[in-house]
Design a protein around this ligand. Structure first.
Ligand code: GAR
Length: 217
């Protein structure tokens, strides 16, 4: 397929969501190609996966820059040199400056391990268990300057079990992250998303039919 959108995936660690995007993009009909995997840490485990799959990688250590602005300017320059059209944040543990976020407005997406706007930030699974929620999940959203904010593109919900540990719940959620992140990228890359009044409109979206009630009684 021609005209696939050149996409960069930004990681800081394990990179399992990046791997899910790479695998999805191996389908020639997928509307995005993963053209670059960029990490702010040289020891990010995900870099090996990307190299093994023949994807260009780049390490840009934030420690080499005087401040956030300088780091983000270098990030932006490298993305442009690589001809990148879409950015996917995938466990990229850096706060981005409003300047960078605005430059990539509606072309930069993120996956977060909660049903936003609940549980922004870190340790989402432990906090969900602490709050006693019956349903937890993950969100793919456009990136805005405030952390874990931005128009929601897709969400997946999973049940919380009585005997869940944060790790068990995280694993159940992560499986769904790997499902919805490629779907979110495909929607964006194929031009099916619009943002109106800071809400995402999905072209051709079918209305949901089911209601999820937990516990089932
Ligand atoms: C994922 O669970 C992702 O949702 C989360 O970091 C993990 C990265 O795992 N991101 C955030 O919390 C962003 N606020 P991965 O490196 O295996 O994809």
């Amino acid at each position: 397929m021609s005209g696939r959108k050149r996409t960069a995936v930004l990681i800081s660690g394990r990179g399992s969501n990046m791997a899910a995007l790479v695998k999805a993009a191996q389908d020639p009909d997928f509307p995005a190609e993963i053209a670059l995997v960029l990490s702010n840490r040289a020891d990010a485990a995900g870099l090996d996966f990307a190299r093994e799959h023949g994807i260009e990688t780049l390490v840009l250590s934030h420690r080499d820059f005087a401040d956030r602005i300088a780091f983000d300017a270098a990030l932006d320059a490298n993305l442009r040199i690589a001809g990148i059209e879409i950015i996917c944040l995938a466990g990229f543990m850096r706060l981005l400056t409003p300047w960078l976020v605005e430059r990539w407005r509606d072309r930069m997406i993120n996956v977060h391990p909660s049903l936003l706007p609940s549980f922004k930030g870190l340790d989402t699974h432990a906090r969900a268990l602490g709050a006693g929620v019956r349903v937890h999940g993950c969100t793919v959203h456009f990136v805005r300057a405030e952390m874990d904010e931005g128009p929601i593109i897709l969400q997946a919900a999973v049940p919380v079990r009585g005997d869940d540990t944060p790790d068990a719940l995280a694993a159940r959620v992560l499986e769904q992250e790997h499902v919805i992140y490629p779907k979110g990228l495909a929607l964006l890359a194929s031009g099916r998303l619009k943002v109106e009044n800071e809400r995402t409109v999905v072209e051709g979206e079918r209305p949901p039919r089911d209601v999820l009630v937990v516990p089932r009684v």
